[in-house]
Design a protein. Sequence first.
Length: 86
Amino acid sequence: MNLVAWIIFGFIAGTIAKMLHPGRDPGGCIVTILLGVGGAMVGGWIGTRLGWGGVDEWSWRALGLAVMGSLAILIAFRILFGKRRD
């Protein structure tokens, strides 16, 4: 995919991930795009390793992998950098 397609794909995947796992997160549109693009990379890597395919082309499977990767990044971010109540 070209750069513009990755940005659009990342925004869609990041938005869906934030809808599935709502909460207070810093950042707006740019952070959502970065979350989605990073999630597409993570989801594509995991999908390739498991034999499910990658995210090198637009498909529902690729979107699902990108959303799963985005959720993994979002949850890891919240675990590592969430507010601590001590």
